[in-house]
Design a protein around this ligand. Sequence first.
Ligand code: FE2
Ligand code: FE2
Length: 294
Amino acid sequence: MSSNNFSGEQLNPLQSIEQWEDDVVLRYPEPGVPETAKSKEEYRNYDNPGRDTVREFYRLNHKYQTYDFVQEKKKEFLAFSRKEMPVWGAMEFLNTLVDDSDPDIELDQLQHLLQTAEAIRADGHPDWFVLTGFIHDMGKVLCLFGEPQWAVVGDTFPVGCQHSDKIVYPEFFADNPDAKDERYNTKYGVYSPNCGLNQVDMSWGHDEYLYQMVKDYMPEPALYMIRYHSFYAQHREDAYAHLMSEHDYEMFEWVKKFNPYDLYSKSPKPPVISELKPYYEDLIAKYLPATIRL
Ligand SMILES: [Fe+2]
Ligand SMILES: [Fe+2]
């Protein structure tokens, strides 16, 4: 089914795409930081309307992200035929994403990206790691092309083989046609043991889209961070060891290093964009071409 056939609520059950990441933080709280009574209650309370929308979001995600859907999205978006612009311009384009979230509480996309990158920079990591933090969610421009939220954000998972019960809300996969298709519902499905993730198609979203955009320009650890940062079932749960190669495991050390910056760098103090822009423009120029195609 084409995602363009979906109606309003099926497109955008979340008030904002940040609601997904906020929910991930509740699922994987920062180690050492005591859970507040409020956050515990928020996560456990199934009557919480915020949780209902996240549940509905996952219901749609798990139902419609099939092997065929992913192939179709790749054909549609990996031609990169929509726009061509400088990277900073693409970030500003991403920042035009306005949704129903409260602008007084929620940071905008550029602020989240700068906070992530600045936290990485403050810890003294290499500059390509800082740049990775800055661009890692640029693929969310998919939302601006009318894509449903569940085909842009959400935990990613392999398609074409059995869904792990370690993926959040595994019960919703019962409605995914692949779960009844014998080509796709066995442990290995269309893959072979430890074939390596490069052989594996992931559910479609902002990770794969950005990876394909920058794969010729960034160092390999950066590409792993970009491509698999939403693959919680692996980097947090090790649920797909049977598909991982040794090299994947080596590279996933970087994905794990990156994840806390993504989840826990949000602070209410917004970064001053004009002060930071020259540094990031230099970083972009060092690694990426003058313009990129979306
Ligand atoms: Fe992301
Ligand atoms: Fe992020």
